[in-house]
Design a protein. Sequence first.
Length: 357
Amino acid sequence: MNEERLVSAEQHIDDQAIDAALRPKKLDDFVGQERVREQLSLVLHSALRRGRTPDHVLLSGGPGLGKTTLAMIIAAELGRPLRITSGPAIERAGDLAAVLSTLSEGEVLFLDEIHRMARPAEEMLYLAMEDFRVDVVVGKGPGATAIPLDIAPFTLVGATTRAGMLPGPLRDRFGFTAHMDFYEPGELEVIVRRSAGLLGVRIDDEAAAEVAFRSRGTPRIANRLLRRVRDYAEVRADGLVTRDLARAALDLYEVDAQGLDRLDRAVLRALLVKFGGGPVGLSTLAVSVGEESETVEVVAEPFLVRRGLLARTARGRVATPAAWAHLGLTPPPGVVPPFPSAAPGTGTLFDAGGEGD
Ligand SMILES: Nc1ncnc2c1ncn2[C@@H]1O[C@H](COP(=O)(O)OP(=O)(O)O)[C@@H](O)[C@H]1O
Ligand SMILES: [Mg+2]
């Protein structure tokens, strides 16, 4: 037990170190997200030309899509230092004041999970973003006074997996918002081959395509699966990753042919078996698989929607006919899906934004 925990902790550290090693350092090395890259490049280079700090940048998108990587690239492209903090680390306005007041001119401040920042800090941030000023409150109650303090002009890069949770006034203060979407298999293939090169993994093109296809549209997962496939090839074969070998390894790690992992399948199975295909509310669905609502909503759902297996409707989550087929189940008689059929990728058509509960 102890040993198992040690191993997984080590694995985690190893994963993080490799994550860092595989991070592209320049915008040109950042694969995919064509539009985001081009827009961002314009924002950065026009600011450089004018000798000004660029507008604040908001990066929104699911876990592992490259938000932290882009934040680091932004600082590198600007030739400025990067300060990293996160929403949960800022519990009080004072925590934020401490960071802001020690920024150097032009520094890039990366605020990860910005939607989880404490409310009072948020208000301090508005002023800082707009006027490069903070009001430090001294004293309490009626005698409290706010002392304005100038801070160095900086560029805020905020990242969030849940742009919808950001208050309007905060969202409005970003001059540029990049929405990061799932990557196409072809883009992930490029990432897999690039990472294989950096890690010295021998992998043939068909195998790279297989790993890419099963990576849930997510670079971090592509890199992780590549390492698991490499492990398998080293122990069970001569180290060369072929397609058959990749398939065997991915099956072993419970990543199915569509790239669904255990959580994806658990959510889908619950939706089908326990709730007859829905509609069911997000929180009910999450409880039934023993997960936080946020995890189901941010991690599992977007991919299931993307794959055309699940739809979000005004009445709740609904399985598509493809979901029944994917798990090899027959819909009970009388269960008529509320729409004709959903081709993969059209799930968002049914996204009514709300849910039943
Ligand atoms: N566009 C990309 N091109 C190449 N590798 C990428 C790209 N985006 C992400 N990665 C890889 O995926 C990993 C996870 O990216 P990260 O920026 O940490 O995601 P996020 O912060 O959105 O969770 C990084 O280690 C990086 O190597
Ligand atoms: Mg990150």
